[in-house]
Design a protein around this ligand. Structure first.
Ligand SMILES: [Fe+2]
Length: 316
């Protein structure tokens, strides 16, 4: 059974600061990511991803031999940094060297799968409350939908969560709870597990799917309503990225989704109206049957959706 570890860690991270991805072709990445709605800046050998909503750099993409996570950067409060470092080491986190392209600040370590993580003191980028959405009926005498000619471009507001393949979901849950003070929100044995932050976060900040080996599956980007999820699907189809899954609605997390398949077989998700776990509150964590692990409504899951392409996309 997928379950939380029993003793709650004393300290916890509050946010993902950003992630860094290696991809085989930065020109292809630029086309895909600008179509998705990001504001891109080239800095040295990296693409920096921002949204129109803030100056925060949510992700960095750089050219590498194959598509893979380079590192995941996590933020904590200043008073929690030193005790969190000790907590990570006590939970079995192996100290590691920072990657060359990153600021060497903070504490660098590996999780049980060998994913490189950075702990640093930084801004709370996860929401402090459930953001308002535009879902729902319009006011009387106001149109709920725009005219086609006025269709806006879907643009992400912020990073919501990331999901990685792991060969051992239980070990992943245990480490992220004991080392990083996260908490299991919901899971489905042998399929998926979703973890939130204790200081207020979306239903999941970090999630895992069972795989034969570790790998990067998707990042999810919050948009204001289910309309932008559907509009995002259409704009990516027009840009040449028709493969993916959705529009649909998840059961676990409740968000509306459209997963757009990138040129390397991983996904960038438009997500709206995800559940929120308030600071200090207890989420009614459950171990759910497989039919609840994926969706409430939507199209069938494509055969390729859970392919782990980490090793396949090597630069030629
Ligand atoms: Fe997701």
């Amino acid at each position: 059974m997928t379950r939380s570890t029993t003793a709650r860690a004393a300290f916890g991270i509050h946010s993902i600061d950003h992630f860094a991805l290696d991809v085989p072709n930065l020109t292809e990445a630029t086309h895909f990511l600008s179509a998705f709605g990001f504001e891109l800046e080239t800095q040295g050998q990296q693409l920096l991803l921002r949204t129109p909503a803030s100056d925060h750099v949510w992700a960095k993409v750089q050219e590498g031999a194959c598509k893979r996570l380079s590192y995941l950067s996590l933020n904590c409060f200043a008073d929690d940094f030193a005790p969190l470092c000790a907590q990570i080491v006590q939970a079995g986190g192996r100290e590691a060297a920072p990657v060359a392209q990153a600021a060497a600040e903070g504490f660098w370590f590996e999780d049980p799968d060998g994913n490189l993580l950075q702990l640093r003191v930084g801004a709370k980028t996860s929401p402090g409350f459930k953001p308002a959405t535009r879902n729902g009926p319009p006011l009387p005498r106001l149109r709920g939908a725009s005219f086609r000619a006025e269709t806006p471009t879907a643009r992400p507001l912020r990073l919501s969560h990331v999901l990685m393949f792991t060969p051992d979901i239980r070990a992943g849950i245990a480490f992220y709870e004991q080392a990083l003070g996260m908490k299991l929100s919901d899971g489905s044995e042998g399929i998926v597990a979703f973890l939130h932050g204790r200081h207020g976060s979306d239903h999941h900040l970090i999630a895992f799917a069972q795989g034969a080996v570790k790998g990067w599956h998707h990042s999810a980007w919050d948009v204001p309503s289910v309309d932008e999820v559907g509009i995002g699907k259409m704009q990516m189809q027009r840009a040449g990225y028709a493969q993916g899954w959705g529009v649909g609605r998840h059961v676990l997390g409740s968000n509306y989704f459209r997963y757009v398949r990138d040129p390397w077989g991983s996904y960038w998700e438009y997500s709206a109206d995800i559940d929120f776990v308030s600071p200090g509150s207890e989420w009614p964590c459950g171990d759910h049957p497989p039919e609840d692990s994926l969706y409430l409504w939507g199209p069938d899951v494509p055969d390729y959706f859970f392919e782990n392409t980490e090793q396949e996309n090597t630069r030629t």
